[in-house]
Design a protein around this ligand. Sequence first.
Ligand SMILES: Cc1cc2nc3c(=O)[nH]c(=O)nc-3n(C[C@H](O)[C@H](O)[C@H](O)COP(=O)(O)O)c2cc1C
Length: 415
Amino acid sequence: MKCVDDFRLRLGKQELVPIVTGGMGVDISTADLALEAARLGGVGHISDAMVPTVSDRRYNTRYVKDKLRQYKYNVANDDKSDVQFDLARLAEATETHVRRTMERKRGTGLILINCMEKLTMNAPKETLRVRLRSALDAGIDGITLAAGLHLGSFALMEDHPRFRDARLGIIVSSLRALQLFLKKSARTRRLPDYVVIEGPLAGGHLGFGMDWAKYDLATIVAEIRAWLGTERLDIPLVPAGGIFTGGDATAFLEQGAAAVQVATRFTVAQECGLPDDIKQEYFKADEDDIEVNGISPTGYPMRMLKNSPAIGDGIRPNCEAYGYLLDAHGRCQYIDAWNREVAAHPGAKKVRVWDKTCLCTQMRNFDLWTCGHTTYRLKETTRALPDGSYRLLSAEHIFNDYRYSKGDAIALPPG
Ligand SMILES: Cc1cc2nc3c(=O)[nH]c(=O)nc-3n(C[C@H](O)[C@H](O)[C@H](O)COP(=O)(O)O)c2cc1C
């Protein structure tokens, strides 16, 4: 019986262990987590979601405070179109995060940055251009363009000196999305170096509608593989979503996948950015405790634990400090939902908003516990402690379990 270590991911001249840790914003896939994957010869993702906020937490910068001070006059105003990101500061924050991560890189693996294109930041094109280019400037090994696929993203980097040598990949959930991307970026005469195919069991936002359960990752991968074959395109495919064991991963590799992208198993790693008490919530969850709902103001379905404090919370929109989801006209679905509830409950000290959430604030505060479908199995991967809690794992342990375990086996940490 084979295991993941019998395979290698080939990207250009480089040979890698075919395990990719997925990007998890905001600062859930920390630099520490990504660096472990790279040290062990695989591929680790950091995330560029809300990077100024992450920089403040990690590197003692003051981007959020300064932005809030600048726009404080607008806090009570429903119209957020004034609230813009300073592009120079955004570049500086991205460069700080990437450079500080790359300086610590050891081993033969890669560090990529997951770039969430649905963070429209009140100026979608300009802010995305800055985020992409400053990550390249700061020496990132590559960029994964994540869901919300901005079809013009390659063009935004086209004249960057690293456009052809950095690894550039995309995440899609359907053949159609891939076809669209290839068509729109054909003019740049550059194919993606890899395509992550994210199925319906993944964490975070889903590239499916609320009918996500009708879809199946293996079927989508086979469909994309067959089409690439007929087009004579050789692009490494990286399935993601619900790959829980080394055996699951090996099955995809045996069917021709170049690598697998995994995330949920790493949410309970010591190196993961979630606070430790929240990691215990992930361990404790049963299948019934997980839902896919529509509360993300991006409009994409999102999977999360039902007991996330964010659900039903009604905080005042915090766009002056954050504002990552403001569209090109300074609007966000949460602002509308919050205003509706405030108008319906005149004089109330606090309102509840059930249909949308203030995603920026809730993700920043780790109050929205997004997770993959297989989260309810995490307790199988460790040992229970006498007080009823579960032992956290090292990223190295989880990585090596994927790499070496066969069949349904999951290696437990030493007793
Ligand atoms: C807690 C969590 C947060 C995530 N956040 C993001 C994100 O910010 N951007 C993104 O493209 N994918 C995100 N994902 C998806 C992962 O990168 C990955 O593709 C997917 O979850 C893999 O499936 P698995 O979790 O079943 O292993 C997230 C996943 C989890 C579990």
